[in-house]
Ligand binder design. Structure first.
Ligand code: FMN
Length: 146
């Protein structure tokens, strides 16, 4: 059984960068991780995984991209635990709408952990946010295994 599945959607590459950083940090801990780009290839069997991370950018007026809604519907159940990350841009509606899709996904899946919100690209100063979030997720997940 592979421990982590990271499914993400990304149009211009920001959310993909976050997904890659998270995957790298998890695998450096010796934990197996698969990544899946939403909408490409075969739907993954989420049941095969011990933990599920889902990442999305936010689209117009704080909405969740259609491909993410379709993916969530295609999975058809709520795995446990689900950890959520997203990218956004405060230029599109300020704090109110910033990374709203990540917030909505976290609420929908009853995520036990605060969603990670990254403004545009995670490279540079925000990489620390990804590092800390991933560390927190792994600590949370390890506690579940005890
Ligand atoms: C038309 C449009 C609408 C957007 N609306 C929002 C929004 O409501 N909230 C937000 O946080 N970001 C919004 N964004 C910013 C994107 O979510 C952000 O650029 C994101 O990092 C893109 O992710 P990607 O590079 O993985 O495709 C919008 C971007 C575009 C082009």
């Amino acid at each position: 059984m592979v421990s982590f599945l990271i499914a993400y959607t990304s149009w211009s590459g920001n959310t993909e960068e976050v997904a890659e950083l998270i995957a790298d940090k998890i695998s450096r801990e010796g934990i197996e991780v698969d990544t899946h780009r939403i909408g490409i290839g075969v739907l993954p069997d989420v049941n095969k995984y011990e933990a599920f991370c889902i990442g999305s950018f936010t689209w117009e007026k704080g909405s969740t991209p259609d491909e993410v809604k379709d993916f969530v519907a295609a999975i058809g159940f709520k795995p446990v635990p689900v950890y959520v990350f997203g990218t956004g841009d405060t230029q599109f509606g300020g704090d109110e709408l910033f990374c709203k899709a990540a917030e909505k996904l976290a609420r929908f899946y009853h995520s036990p952990f605060e969603p990670l919100k990254i403004e545009q690209s995670p490279r540079g100063t925000q990489e620390k946010l990804v590092t800390n979030w991933t560390k927190g997720v792994l600590d949370h997940w390890r506690h579940l295994q005890e």
